[in-house]
Design a protein around this ligand. Structure first.
Ligand code: NI
Length: 177
């Protein structure tokens, strides 16, 4: 098990577009394992490659209810191929903007196409929390954050509060190089 450092906003890698994976290597599978470990440790329900400073199009998710059996998804080259007209609002947060949340409106049901770790193409219909999560994670691969889906006023407020909390939490910490 290896934990990867989680990249926080406003690091530029969070705004980059990840590149499609062409070959599934052992190194990529290790990255997915490490991303899953990092997500569970955080704890979080989803993590995209950009958030650990990598630009392969891969995400991990586990939206199982607390106490229920884990439901780990590892998706390579995930792509949302259909979206319901019906919308749903869910409160979202992000490991790259810790402790900040906002209500985000997105399509309630989406279908995602992806390659699994065995190299097989899969399709999955997602609803509820999993639908919001998969859209949030695929957004990350395109350099989009959940705060991009809310009003500018709320976005500025979240960023200001986050930066202030970051400054406060570094007070008294040893000075880095
Ligand atoms: Ni996120």
């Amino acid at each position: 098990m290896a934990l990867l450092p989680i990249i926080l906003t406003p690091e530029p890698v969070l705004r980059e577009t990840a590149k499609p994976v062409e070959t599934i290597t052992d190194e990529l599978l290790k990255l997915l394992d490490d991303m899953a470990d990092t997500m569970y440790d955080a704890p979080g329900i989803g993590l995209a490659a950009n958030q650990v400073g990598r630009l392969e199009r891969v995400i991990v998710m586990d939206c199982a209810k607390e106490g229920a059996a884990p439901e780990l998804w590892k998706m390579i080259n995930p792509e949302i191929i259909s979206r319901s007209d019906e919308l749903a609002v869910l409160e979202e947060g992000c490991l790259s903007i810790p402790d900040q949340t906002a209500d985000v409106e997105r399509p309630a049901i989406v279908e995602v196409k992806y390659t699994d770790i065995a190299g097989k193409e899969q399709r999955l219909t997602c609803e509820g929390l999993l639908a919001a999560c998969v859209q949030h994670e695929v957004d990350h691969l395109d350099g989009v954050l959940f705060i991009d889906h809310i009003s500018r006023l709320k976005r500025d407020m979240i960023i200001r509060r986050f930066m202030k909390e970051m400054r406060q939490s570094s007070v008294g910490a040893p000075k880095g190089q």
